[in-house]
Ligand binder design. Structure first.
Ligand SMILES: Cc1cc2nc3c(=O)[nH]c(=O)nc-3n(C[C@H](O)[C@H](O)[C@H](O)COP(=O)(O)O)c2cc1C
Length: 220
């Protein structure tokens, strides 16, 4: 592909991705495609490389039915999308958390101590530079990162001819309670950030309506 063709392709994909409202319930995603999408989520960047997320595929019909009453923005997806993915985030990422110790030692295979220069640097970064001190602020910081994983997964899906819909249209407190009650997550460490559905559209791709670039881009 020439550079011009690659640019065209990138823009075609951006135009092809749209928040799908009507999915075809008879169509299913090939498992190899699904695994590739999950790998893209896994490979997403995260602040300090601390990967504060978990991806939960909601498969069980009873569980899907149970969230309908408080998930108005997900009804279209629940009616036809092949997959509903819940993206959970950790709300306990801090320099001295057991989770960070696990990630540094077992995943990154590096020595860990809360007093090490790296840990202390992370503490200063998080607490002084980002002004993050509370559980809620840690949740919101982790959520910002989860959205990158979600966006990358949606783009990858589009590349594979799969349609998506990001979903914030649900009651967060009821969803958190639901996930805790069903032992899907430990509410001490986790909260839901967002949901995203994947499937095949049963409607034409909607043309993009956006502000002109001149209104949102400046060079200084
Ligand atoms: C974070 C986020 C949450 C969203 N939540 C919902 C939702 O709950 N239900 C829904 O149908 N669409 C939802 N959308 C889709 C937006 O309405 C849609 O992306 C926007 O109108 C632009 O349209 P397009 O994505 O088709 O270009 C959400 C989008 C984002 C980015």
């Amino acid at each position: 592909m020439s550079s011009a063709e690659m640019r065209q392709h990138v823009l075609a994909i951006a135009n092809q991705r749209f928040a799908t409202k009507k999915f075809d319930p008879s169509k299913h995603i090939d498992d190899e495609d699904w695994q590739a999408i999950l790998q893209v989520g896994r490979l997403a960047p995260s602040s300090y490389g601390y990967e504060p997320w978990r991806f939960i595929l909601l498969k069980n019909k009873k569980l899907k039915d149970a969230i309908r009453s408080f998930s108005w923005g997900a009804i279209n997806s629940l009616d036809g999308a092949d997959k509903i993915l819940l993206i959970l985030v950790r709300k306990d990422v801090s320099y001295d958390a057991d989770y960070v110790k696990h990630l540094v030692m077992n995943i990154k295979q590096k020595p860990y101590s809360p007093d090490s220069p790296q840990s202390q640097h992370f503490k200063v970064f998080q607490e002084r530079d980002l002004d993050i001190h509370t559980t809620k602020e840690r949740f919101e910081w982790a959520t910002r990162q989860a959205y990158i994983a979600m966006a990358n997964m949606m783009t990858a899906a589009t590349e594979l001819g799969i349609d998506t819909c990001p979903i914030e249209g649900f009651n967060y407190s009821k969803m958190n309670q639901f996930l805790a009650n069903h032992q899907i997550m430990d509410p001490e460490h986790w909260q839901i950030a967002v949901m995203v559905s994947f499937g095949y559209r049963d409607q034409p791709i909607k043309p993009k309506v956006r502000q002109p670039l001149a209104d949102i881009y400046k060079e200084v």
